[in-house]
Write a protein that binds this ligand. Structure first.
Ligand code: NCD
Length: 309
């Protein structure tokens, strides 16, 4: 198991399965404790700063809720437009300055791939990568696996379909890295050819999991235990006409799912746009809102493990 105390969390490749399993049990314990008491004291007198330089709802809020539930304090950097970045301050200077205020943990989201690693090199405070451009989103992968573990009572032997914008998405890469630490995993990458998974991701998991690319979900749906849907990452398209062309190229609906004998559990990191119809929500297999709730507990488990010995 890796030592989490005082550690930066930059890539899902850094986790091993013992560490992830440990965090799942820790999250269950915290969930149980929070059912009896609203605020715990594991992180009393500790300070988290959340720096989200790209839009976020769930990740920012769930980190803030997690730290608050652990009895810690949260300071939010606020909007980029309102900060000195808007006056031309560099990323490096901003991070150096935040670090100088001596927080106990920095949670960072930034549009540049590699920005979290760069921040970790500058700051003496532990940095958690909450999404660096299209690259990675390691704590989303933790909550994704925690959800699979809770719903299916296992991760080994899972057939996972990851559908959508696998090229520009950071959740498909981190989820692939994290699940590759388990045994007998098969991943189906389901996407139009233009949006297929990046080569560098396949290179990293190639020896660890079986994988296959397909264009249509219908080809594999009955083999899946989990179908993980992602939205088209509009903000990362350099050519708006390419976005328009690919918009609507995949969509999960209840009519499509009901054609099959077996419906896998349906997950989505959210936000959804057009790729996941609201009529799927009422199926017992729809787990994306539960998945989002799980984020608070697994992030609390992670933050507690980084901040306490
Ligand atoms: C994801 C992200 O930010 O990468 N959202 C999230 O953190 N739950 C997915 C997305 O934005 O599509």
């Amino acid at each position: 198991m890796i030592k989490l105390y005082n550690r930066d969390i930059i890539s899902a490749l850094d986790f091993d399965r013992e560490t992830m399993d440990y965090l799942f049990y820790e999250a269950e314990k915290i969930r149980e404790e929070l059912s009896m008491k609203k605020i715990l004291d594991y992180c009393k007198d500790r300070v988290m700063v959340t720096v989200f330089l790209e839009p976020s709802t769930r990740t920012r809020l769930s980190f803030q809720f997690a730290m608050t539930r652990l009895g810690g304090l949260v300071i939010d950097f606020g909007l980029e437009q309102a900060a000195s970045i808007a006056k031309g301050e560099s990323f490096e200077d901003t991070i150096r300055m935040i670090d100088g205020y001596d927080p106990d943990i920095i949670v960072l989201r930034h549009r540049e791939p590699g920005s979290a690693r760069k921040a970790a090199e500058i700051a003496s405070t532990p940095v958690i990568n909450a999404g660096d451009g299209w690259n990675e989103h390691p704590t989303q992968a933790l909550l994704d696996l925690y959800t699979i573990w809770r719903e299916l009572k296992r991760i080994d032997g899972i057939n996972l379909g990851i559908m959508g914008d696998l090229k520009y998405g950071r959740t498909p890469s981190s989820l692939s890295y994290a699940i590759s630490k388990y045994d007998n995993i098969k991943i189906y990458y389901i996407a139009p050819r233009e949006l297929q998974i990046r080569r560098e991701v396949l290179e990293k998991i190639d020896k660890l999991v079986e994988w296959k690319m397909v264009e249509r979900v219908e080809e594999v749906i009955e083999e899946l235990d989990v179908l993980y849907v992602t939205r088209l990452q509009k903000e990362r398209f350099s050519d708006p006409s390419e976005y328009e062309r690919l918009k609507g190229s995949y969509k999960l609906t209840v009519n499509l799912l009901k054609k099959f004998r077996k419906i896998p559990i349906i997950m989505h990191p959210l936000p959804r746009v057009d790729e996941l119809s609201q009529n799927v929500d009422s199926l017992p297999q729809a787990k994306y809102f539960t998945q989002a709730e799980n984020g608070v507990y697994i992030r609390a488990a992670l933050v507690k493990s980084i901040l306490t010995k």
